[in-house]
Design a protein around this ligand. Structure first.
Ligand code: OAK
Length: 793
């Protein structure tokens, strides 16, 4: 480690910041803007990552062990500066440096735009995994797309969601290194030719994939992996002939066409759209990543049969599932391997994670599109399908059916392990979408319950709680989260409870100030009840708002009653094309407008919906939350990871038996969790009951009254699509679960009034949620799927 110092004239971090301000940014401190300081700090911190990063790369190379490649269409990273500063243990130095200049270090860090290269759970999980793989020393690369525009910016216009472009890359960005030497030509379309005994794909169109590397540093700088994102660029930048002929727009066409591929992140969380471009994106980054993986392998080994021993490729859902056929194509067409051997080698390398059972999210491509865009892959898929049929003549599942190529079954067959993301989800996978494949390939499906990185979601986001815990038990919990159990006895210690309460109260005051700046004044002593996630019918934000309306109505009936003051906080985006979800947003905002302005109740009940939910907003909201709403229709939420963040930060869950809620409840104890609603089999049975929604509405006068108020136009518009849906088939069983949700909510209020007891339960949630660290999840993948070994530098 002798040469692992910063190659800068100055020794201290303060010196390095000053040097960067002057020499990298060309600014003097008297005119430096917040962004200048943020960039100077970022560059100074980045300098300190470089040596451990090099050392990790070297150690992985020397060890000749297995490397993990995590292929994901999405990496929802958020800000990197604070994470890196926390992991390198530089926070105190940074705080002091800026304090001495009259600046707030947190404000400087908050100047960084979020890298919003993801939609929601799947993308955020990938980001937590990157951090945990570095923390536990798993030699890995993340591979994805360097979208010019990440997830859209959300604003509200009279309560309706408006979408604006997000352009994180136009703002100063410190973290990536462009790799002009790491570039691959990726083809589309064209023809497949037989040249002797060789099959050759001759694409009609090609683009270049250019690599950009971001180092991802683990806790205490122990290890650093690389996130390699691909950017699309044209082979010929500019058509000078067309330009000279006066066709100025046409001259730039090749460039525009190529760049389109990495231009925007698809904003659909669970449905794919713009099919051709989407499939191009998927193939583009998967093919570039595989070429890169094989290049690295070829530089170290000369026997391709060793591939499964040295390379683990994880498919984050089916988006990169074309990796199976593409790897087979590379091995057969370019390396001359026999087809069956190539399939075996590919299976040995590949793992597939499923993140949803929603039928609309299971990817399928028309045979026509696949043939048109990837003709050789279509042939290989047919060969794989035939091979499978040969081995299992009685099989009922098809990889090509109804004119479509089914990516789920292809990913399943091409992987040696297939995993679900919570215990319940994995069982449901076996019983539903993959029942037949599970019968044919028993033991292939395994469970790896999701997790979250405690460095970002506790240490970074909640410094007050972190300090309290560290003062009590030392800082060993940060990378051994189950040690939080050591605070469990303190749940009975009133002075610890008071301190825990004070930390929560201060976080709430911060959030109240933030909401205040956005025009909504809330009482920090009211109960903060939070539902933040993508807006989706199955997540049932409309169940929450219906209950809020019913509560408001009862408060209005008796404003002098002994009501518990509370703030209902919502945040989240709807896919731009998901009309019903956007109606839910409109309804919540419409209800907020009426309730917040009601002089009878506004001291008792407020509804907040801050716009543009992203990772940074989550980092503000979660530490301030007291109640965590996890109310999806049972059987629909694969896991959830927000639920884990809340529990760790001491919010009590009100939730259904869905996804990882089941495991959270088991761990924190049923008495510290507010359960309601039907189970997954009950939901299935309820849907069969004729007019179940009408019956549920008729049986619950509160629900009926709340719906009547909407229909009567109390909230401006009448929201007919929502009312009709709920009175009609109500597929997500909002009406059937309403009464039990009401009961659990009132029980929760009673519990909240007993402050000592509530805080005790909150502490127990923190103490018993350590298992949800993504370090544990990553170790599970390493042992059960990747066969990878942790390394140190
Ligand atoms: C997005 C697109 C296609 C398929 C799945 C998703 C997705 O985000 N799924 C979510 O993944 C999370 C991480 O595993 C889970 O916690 C969520 O329950 C799941 O909806």
């Amino acid at each position: 480690m002798k040469d692992m110092t910063i190659p800068r004239p100055g020794d201290t971090l303060a010196d390095a910041i000053r040097q960067h301000l002057k020499f990298s940014l060309g600014k003097s401190s008297d005119v430096a803007t917040l962004t200048d300081w943020r960039m100077a700090l970022s560059l100074a911190v980045r300098d300190r990552i470089v040596d451990p990063w090099f050392a990790s790369t070297r150690a992985a190379y020397d060890k000749q062990g297995k490397r993990v490649y995590y292929l994901s269409m999405e990496f929802l990273i958020g800000r990197l500066l604070e994470d890196a500063t926390v992991n390198l243990g530089l926070m105190d130095e940074v705080t002091e440096f800026f304090q001495s200049r009259g600046l707030d270090a947190r404000k400087v860090m908050q100047d960084e735009p979020d890298a919003a290269l993801g939609n929601g759970g799947l993308g955020r999980l990938a980001a937590c995994f990157l951090e945990s793989m570095s923390t536990v020393g798993c030699p890995a690369y993340g591979y994805g797309i360097r979208y010019e525009h990440g997830l859209f910016r959300q604003s509200f216009d009279r309560g309706r969601q408006m979408e604006g472009p997000e352009d994180w890359l136009t703002e100063a960005h410190a973290w990536e290194y462009e790799r002009t030497e790491a570039q691959y030509r990726i083809g589309f379309g064209g023809q497949v030719k037989q040249l002797g005994d060789r099959t050759v794909w001759q694409p009609a169109e090609t683009v270049l994939a250019r690599a950009y590397d971001t180092p991802m540093i683990g806790w205490q700088g122990r290890w650093a992996n690389t996130l390699r994102l691909w950017s699309a660029r044209p082979e010929t930048v500019f058509d000078l002939g067309r330009f000279n002929a006066g066709d100025y727009y046409g001259a730039a066409e090749p460039e525009n066409l190529a760049r389109t591929i990495s231009r925007v992140l698809y904003p659909d969380d669970t449905t794919e759209d713009g099919k051709r471009l989407r499939l191009k994106q998927e193939f583009f980054f998967t093919a570039a990543s595989l070429r890169d993986i094989l290049r690295r392998f070829d530089s170290e080994y000369d026997d391709l049969k060793l591939l499964p021993e040295k390379v683990a490729i994880q498919l984050n859902d089916t988006h990169p599932a074309i990796a199976g056929p593409e790897l087979v194509r590379l091995l057969v067409d370019e390396k001359g391997m026999a087809f069956e051997d190539a399939v075996t080698v590919a299976q040995g390398c590949l793992g597939y994670t499923n993140h949803t059972l929603l039928p609309e999210a299971l990817e399928r491509w028309s045979v026509k599109l696949m043939t048109d865009l990837l003709p050789r892959h279509m042939q290989i898929i047919e060969m794989i399908d035939a091979m499978h049929k040969n081995a299992h003549p009685d099989r009922k599942v098809e990889m090509i059916g109804g004119g479509d190529v089914q990516m789920g079954p292809i990913a399943f067959f091409m992987a040696h392990k297939v995993n679900g993301v919570s215990a319940l989800h994995t069982e449901l996978m076996k019983e539903t979408v993959f029942a037949e494949l599970n019968r044919l390939h028993p033991n292939r499906i395994v469970n790896e319950t999701n997790g979250i990185t405690p460095r970002r979601w506790v240490l970074g986001a909640n410094p007050r709680l972190s300090r309290l815990v560290t003062d009590a038990i030392g800082d060993g919990w940060v990378d051994d989260l189950e040690r939080l159990q050591e605070i469990e006895p303190l749940a009975d210690d009133s002075s610890f409870r008071d301190a825990y309460d004070a930390a929560k109260r201060a976080n709430k005051a911060d959030l109240a100030a933030y909401l205040g700046q956005r025009g909504l004044s809330v009482d920090p002593d009211a109960m903060f009840d939070v539902q933040i996630k993508r807006i989706h019918e199955y997540k049932r934000q409309h169940l929450n708002i219906l209950q809020t309306i019913a509560l408001w109505q009862e408060m209005k009936d008796a404003p002098q009653g002994n009501w518990l003051p509370q703030v209902k906080i919502f945040a989240g985006k709807a896919a731009p094309g998901y009309v019903f979800a956007k109606e839910i947003i409109h309804l919540i905002n419409a209800v907020a407008e009426v309730i917040n302005a009601d002089p009878d109740t506004s001291h008792l009940l407020k509804v907040a919906y801050p716009a543009n939910y992203n990772v940074s907003l989550a980092e503000r909201l979660i530490p301030a939350a007291e109640v965590s709403q996890q109310i999806s229709t049972a059987g629909k939420e694969a896991s959830g990871t927000g639920n884990m963040k809340f529990a760790l930060n001491g919010a009590l869950t009100i939730g259904t038996l869905d996804g990882a809620n089941v495991e959270i409840r088991e761990l924190v104890g049923a008495e510290n969790f507010f359960l309601f609603g039907m189970t997954a089999p009950e939901v299935v049975a309820r849907r069969e009951v004729a007019e179940h929604a009408k019956k549920a509405i008729a049986a619950d006068p509160r629900l009926k009254r709340a719906m009547d108020a909407i229909e009567a136009g109390i909230f401006g518009e009448r929201f007919p699509s929502i009312i009709e849906n709920l009175m009609g088939h109500d597929y997500f069983c909002v009406t059937s679960d309403f009464s039990d949700y009401w009961r659990a909510s009132r029980e929760l209020e009673v519990a909240y009034r007993d402050r000592a007891e509530w805080t005790r339960m909150a502490i127990l949630n923190t103490a018993r949620s350590g298992w949800f660290s993504s370090d544990r999840t990553i170790r599970g993948y390493m042992a059960d799927i990747w066969g990878a070994e942790a390394l140190t530098i």
